[in-house]
Design a protein around this ligand. Structure first.
Ligand code: GLN
Length: 545
């Protein structure tokens, strides 16, 4: 029977619960166990799909098209646990399902209450992952202990120990041990309080993972152990990592976490020795780069790193693949509008325009594409970034100065990007989002094909607008070719520029499928081109084309 690990957080948010949960999943997997990962978010939105990246960071898209919390990106990068829409639930979803059941009369006239009806629903979504062959289900509870919204989730995980036996459940609480300069001391009181709150609702944590910015001395660990009612070996230090988040699993191993979990869950019989050689190797590469390249990431949410989290991660992975340090520089596209591309973008070895929604900053992105195209700087366009590449080419190469996407200009005479329905001349514009993994067929011999080395690929999507097929031929004749389409040929998935060192733009989001140990082929080849550009910038023969 599958065992359960519940990860909660205390004292403050942003402690890195997602990373820690992903690291725990990774360590257990690398001891030979079959792991499933899940995040339960106490907010009321049904999913993060409608939430602003400023508020909540990027929306992470899964193969099955679910729009999820960005912590699921950590899960996928650190583990092989397959993620589906069962891997992320919110209060909104839980209540929606309880209310639907009530409307269908499934509660047989009973008064519907938080306990037991909402908590039962939460327990059922947790237990859903505990299928045959799974050894451990790791469920991370979003938010911070003490929030009103978290209570039903905490109550549900408390009850699970009663349902499946305490020996099959492990409660891990992530907490902060702040250092107070004035006292020159690490302070344990906030941790005592947050554990106190958990105990009030009937949860005694088994393991405390303590975030600190410095070493947690034995004396402090003893104190925490005594006040929080755990053995001292279960007080685990997790010190801040200034170098790389990929150090987290190794530091948890050093502090004995994998052994402790296996012992407490009585998994000794199933677990094997820890296999971390490839992970140690990637850290070695990160520490000893042989090259350095700089990449401008031109977007709207430049000041908020979490908004393009997977993009930055994928760039790092591509760097690892080439033993290169990638310096990714977020650039606000409006800055390019104000100051001009020359001032802002000169000197970068690669330019990346990521996905996005809304008109703000579009012209700056178009200018960035033009700069990359004309100066022969390696370019990767992603989703909205591809759409900007198409608009730019239409305006400045084909001479259609008013070309645009109908997302931003309904009346453009050249709707080079538009809704499919508009292409079919249907007036109903209620296009729904194209989401999740979709097949794409590549043209042999193209840059895209060179990267993937195969004809049929699957990549994740999250967009409404598409390349307008009416113009395909004119684009191709002028040098922007279609190198990937949907298998029926109707949807343009990838365009690339002929006669340019490396200019590839894709309608999908390759960043969601990149892993530290397996860089995404497009990011890998983009960075290869950037390294080449740094060594020897390609001559720019005829500026403007
Ligand atoms: N806004 C564009 C669309 O809906 C691009 C979306 C994106 O970049 N994810 O098609």
């Amino acid at each position: 029977m599958a065992k359960h690990i519940f990860v909660t957080g205390g004292v403050v948010s942003s402690l890195g619960k997602g990373l820690t949960s992903a690291s725990i999943g990774m360590l257990l997997e690398r001891r030979g166990l079959c792991v499933r990962m899940q995040k339960l978010d106490p907010y009321i939105n049904v999913d993060p799909g409608t939430m602003s990246p400023y508020q909540h960071g990027e929306v992470y898209v899964l193969d099955d098209g679910s729009e999820t919390d960005l912590d699921l990106g950590h899960y996928e990068r650190f583990t092989n646990s397959p993620l589906t829409r069962d891997s992320n639930y919110t209060t909104g979803q839980i209540y929606q399902s309880v209310i639907n059941k009530e409307r269908r009369g499934e509660f047989l006239g009973k008064t519907v209450q938080v306990i037991p009806h909402v908590t039962d629903e939460i327990k059922s979504v947790i237990r859903k992952l505990a299928t045959e062959g799974v050894d451990v289900v790791i469920t991370e509870i979003g938010g911070t202990v003490g929030d009103i919204e978290s209570l039903p989730f905490l109550e549900a995980i408390r009850q699970i120990a009663l349902d499946v036996g305490k020996e099959n459940c492990l409660y891990i609480h992530l907490t902060l041990i702040p250092y107070l300069k004035a006292a020159a001391e690490l302070k344990t009181k906030p941790t005592q309080h947050s554990v106190g709150q958990l105990r009030q609702i009937g949860i005694q944590p088994d393991i405390l993972i303590c975030r600190t910015d410095r070493e947690l001395p034995l004396e402090q660990r003893r104190k925490i152990a005594l006040f929080c009612n755990v053995p001292v070996e279960a007080v685990i230090e997790e010190r801040d990592k200034d170098f790389s988040i990929y150090e987290v699993p190794l530091s948890l191993v050093q502090n004995g976490l994998d052994e402790l979990i296996i012992r407490k869950l009585r998994l000794e019989g199933l677990a094997g020795p820890l296999q971390l050689d490839d992970w140690k190797e990637l850290l070695h590469v990160l520490r000893n780069p042989e090259h350095e390249v700089s990449v401008a990431v031109v977007g709207k949410y430049a000041e908020h790193r979490d908004a393009y989290k997977s993009i930055y991660e994928a760039l790092d992975h591509a760097g690892i693949a080439h033993r290169a340090q990638v310096r990714a520089q977020p650039i606000h596209s409006e800055l390019i509008q104000r100051e001009g591309p020359e001032r802002v973008l000169a000197g970068f070895d690669g330019i990346l325009v990521p996905g996005g929604f809304g008109e703000r900053g579009i012209e700056g992105k178009v200018q960035a594409v033009r700069f990359a195209r004309e100066r022969h700087i390696p370019f990767l366009g992603i989703c909205l970034g591809m759409q900007c590449a198409v608009i730019e080419f239409a305006r400045h190469v084909l001479g259609w100065t008013e070309a645009h996407s109908t997302e931003f200009d309904k009346n453009t005479p050249y709707p080079v990007i538009c809704l499919l329905d508009e292409q079919k001349k249907i007036t109903d514009k209620g296009g729904t989002m194209r989401l999740g993994a979709q097949p794409c067929v590549l043209q042999p011999g193209t840059r895209a094909w060179q990267a993937y080395q195969q004809v049929l690929i699957h990549e994740r999507h999250r967009h409404r607008y598409e390349f307008n097929n009416a113009y395909r031929q004119q684009f191709a004749q002028a040098g922007l070719i279609v190198s990937g389409t949907s298998p029926d040929g109707r949807l343009v998935e990838i365009v690339e520029l002929q006669g340019h060192p490396w200019f590839v733009a894709v309608q999908f989001h390759p960043e969601f499928k990149s892993k530290p140990t397996a860089a995404h082929p497009l990011f890998r080849n983009f960075i290869a081109a950037a390294i080449q550009h740094r060594r020897q910038p390609a001559p720019v023969a005829t500026p403007g084309v």
